[in-house]
Design a protein around this ligand. Structure first.
Ligand code: SAM
Length: 261
């Protein structure tokens, strides 16, 4: 596993570029949980939460939320934002491959390609087992990654994110080196750049890490191989009526795993 530590340490800059309204995504999660289990969603875990956009949105709706991330800087920032929003969330700095919550949750989520930092099948199986161990009976695990059309063996793609806040402008280019996924390991070395302009001062933060391309078939097989999950749903957007397919309306790859034991 290798991480974009230079970038993820700069939680404030990350937030300027990546901050977004996730209320529609959370609407989908609440409705999905109800449809799949027949019960209301009471507790959640936002895995690789970064600034905790989803955890904070759950907490605003009165749903208990835990945010987990490897980088303490992200969690300090997330905690400050939660305090400003007057919501209470438990933040834990742990590795998503091995962690233990004080209490199990109904639903775990892994958003915005957070899972692609896990490079090997063993990492992924450990991750699935750790998630399942912290879910309630029949709990759900939602995984959200880039649609395979938009990031593939043929073309990694170039993704640009930007934002501006109080005289600080942040542009992120993901990736700058036209990465290619190795055909055997499905791993690519990815270079990214965060360009920051703050009070007239410019800086470029360059970072490199490895990412794994995860296709739907192997995602399902690895989850099932963990012995803890069954794939129960595939969506192409945060919309219960949008299946995962090759149409333009299918924008993301959203996999739903249900704990089987
Ligand atoms: C692309 S960001 C996603 C942030 C957030 N979920 C969002 O929707 O914007 C990926 C996050 O994963 C975290 N991360 C990477 N490897 C991790 C690991 N092994 N365990 C926990 N968190 C990890 C990083 O620190 C970073 O905050």
């Amino acid at each position: 596993m290798a991480e974009y530590n230079q970038v993820y340490q700069k939680a404030v800059y990350y937030d300027i570029a990546f901050n977004r309204d996730v209320s529609r995504e959370v609407d989908f999660m609440v409705a999905l949980y109800h449809r799949q289990t027949g019960a209301d969603l009471h507790s959640t875990l936002d895995i690789a939460c970064g600034p905790g956009y989803h955890a904070r949105e759950f907490a605003k709706r009165g749903i208990r939320a835990v945010g987990l991330d490897l980088r303490p800087e992200m969690l300090v920032f997330a905690q400050e934002q939660a305090a400003l929003e007057n919501v209470t969330i438990q933040w834990i700095a742990q590795d998503m491959r091995r962690f233990e919550l004080e209490e199990p949750v109904d639903m775990a989520i892994s958003m915005f390609d957070g899972i692609d930092a896990l490079l090997t099948n063993i990492d992924l199986i450990q991750h699935f087992q750790a998630v399942a161990a912290n879910l309630t009976e029949n709990g759900l695990f939602l995984i959200d990654v880039t649609h395979p059309r938009d990031c593939s063996f043929q073309d990694y793609g170039t993704f640009v994110y930007n934002g501006c806040r109080n005289e600080t402008v942040v542009d992120v280019v993901w990736a700058t080196n036209m990465p290619t996924f190795d055909l055997v390991s499905a791993v690519a070395q990815v270079n990214i750049e965060m360009r920051v302009s703050e009070n007239g001062r410019q800086q470029v933060i360059s970072d490199t890490a490895y990412e794994r391309l995860l296709l739907p078939q192997e995602l399902a097989l690895l989850a099932e191989r963990s012995g803890m999950f069954q794939a129960v749903g595939w969506y192409g957007d945060f919309d219960l009526n949008q299946p995962l397919d090759n149409s333009p309306a299918s924008r993301r790859l959203i996999a739903i795993m249900q704990k089987v034991r």
